[in-house]
Design a protein around this ligand. Structure first.
Ligand SMILES: [Zn+2]
Ligand SMILES: [Zn+2]
Length: 382
């Protein structure tokens, strides 16, 4: 077992010891039963494949974790160049600017409205500050370098997505609106956010968010994902998980949150539409026998991109925290392979270096630009 495995196992041991009284579980959400809620716990309607504690132990004792370098600065070397689209943003052309902070933290800036996905600036993603998966690379923008943040979207309560110290800092600095999943309000309140600025969401809920200054409100939909939730060993699936689909008058961005590949991508396209940019996880996927149901690998992510008929996709959730067994560069390398095998051009599904930005233009603008370049007219395709 290498150093990283030891760290992760230590955090896991803490996690399993930190839950308090197992018989004292109380519901975090009180509401009607649905196709993904049994009155106490949430579940995945299409795929009930739950990993058992025995399977978890099997993974822990058989895992073959690839080493990540001891020295994070070793990662300063360039990533595979054909997997990267150079940063570009054109304020006249693009309706939004998207900046990769790292892991699943993405800054979305648009006129009168700045949003963050799953903000994490802490050094570790763990129940405790002194153990657990540690950060291998610094955030692409230091916390103090953030612009004003209006909306924080938190997809689920895993530590690498809901970081309470970061939430406290965001609250102190910006007093934003927090959009969370059903059952997560009290956790966010515990970080010092007043209840009236925390909005819990069920799948397919739609919120209208007013922008600062003139401009149409922005629609934010909470949409299904195939995943799970927990903060301790005793609160599994007491809160929901999901993704966000944000729609401006001029275009749309979808952030999937953590998810396995499933029928929800097609359902989202059919109910809401195809996004101009999909932000999809490409890391935390090995070993497949354990992770497949709840974490996509790069090939699954390319399939999701195609199912969504997204104009472009950005790969996230890799290279920051070592959560699973694949190596640091494997997600990007395997993304390149998957794009080739599925005949998707590299400029349609890319990764960004931390702190780098890309502009997002509307589908119509993409259509016009491609037509002007003589690149063909019609559906933007894969
Ligand atoms: Zn997760
Ligand atoms: Zn995650």
């Amino acid at each position: 077992m290498n150093r990283s495995s030891v760290a992760i196992s230590g955090a896991v041991a803490i996690l399993f010891l930190s839950g308090g009284c197992g018989g004292c579980v109380t519901a975090r959400y009180q509401g009607s039963k649905s196709d993904h809620f049994d009155g106490m716990r949430f579940f995945n309607p299409d795929n009930a494949a739950e990993r058992t504690f025995a399977e978890f132990l099997k993974w822990q004792f058989t895992r073959q974790t690839k080493d990540w370098p001891e020295d994070p600065s070793a990662y300063g070397k360039p990533l595979p160049p054909d997997a990267i689209v150079p940063a570009s943003f054109d304020g006249a052309r693009d309706f939004a600017k998207v900046t990769f902070i790292n892991h699943a933290t993405v800054l979305i800036e648009s006129p009168g409205l700045n949003l963050l996905t799953d903000p994490v600036w802490s050094e570790r993603v763990s129940p405790v500050s002194w153990a657990g998966p540690r950060r291998f690379r610094p955030a692409g923008i230091p916390f103090d370098g953030l612009p004003r943040i209006d909306v924080v979207m938190i997809s689920h309560n895993h530590y690498d997505h809901m970081d309470l110290p970061t939430i406290s800092r965001l609250e102190a600095s910006f007093k934003p609106l927090f959009l969370v999943a059903l059952g997560d309000r009290d956790l966010v309140r515990s970080a010092g956010v007043p209840a009236d600025r925390i909005v819990e969401n069920d799948w397919w809920d739609r919120r209208l968010v007013q922008v600062r200054g003139p401009g149409d409100p922005v629609e934010v939909h909470f949409v299904p994902a195939q995943h799970w939730s927990s903060r301790t060993s005793f609160d599994r699936n007491l809160s929901l998980w999901g993704g966000f689909f944000i729609r401006w008058t001029r275009g749309s961005i979808y952030y999937s949150g953590d998810t396995g590949f499933g029928g929800h991508f097609k359902a989202i396209r059919e109910r809401i539409g195809s996004p101009d940019l999909a932000i999809l996880p490409i890391g935390a996927y090995e070993p497949r026998w354990f992770m497949r149901e709840q974490h996509m690998n790069p090939d699954d992510a390319v399939k999701a991109h195609l199912e969504l008929r997204a104009t472009a996709s950005l790969g996230v959730h890799w290279g920051t925290f070592q959560l699973t067994d694949e190596g640091y560069e494997d997600p990007v390398r395997e993304l390149t392979t998957a794009l080739k095998s599925r005949n998707v051009s590299a400029d349609r599904f890319f990764v960004l270096r931390e702190g780098a930005s890309t502009g997002v233009m509307s589908r119509q603008s993409t259509h016009d630009a491609r037509a002007a370049l003589g690149a063909g007219v019609g559906d933007p395709g894969p």
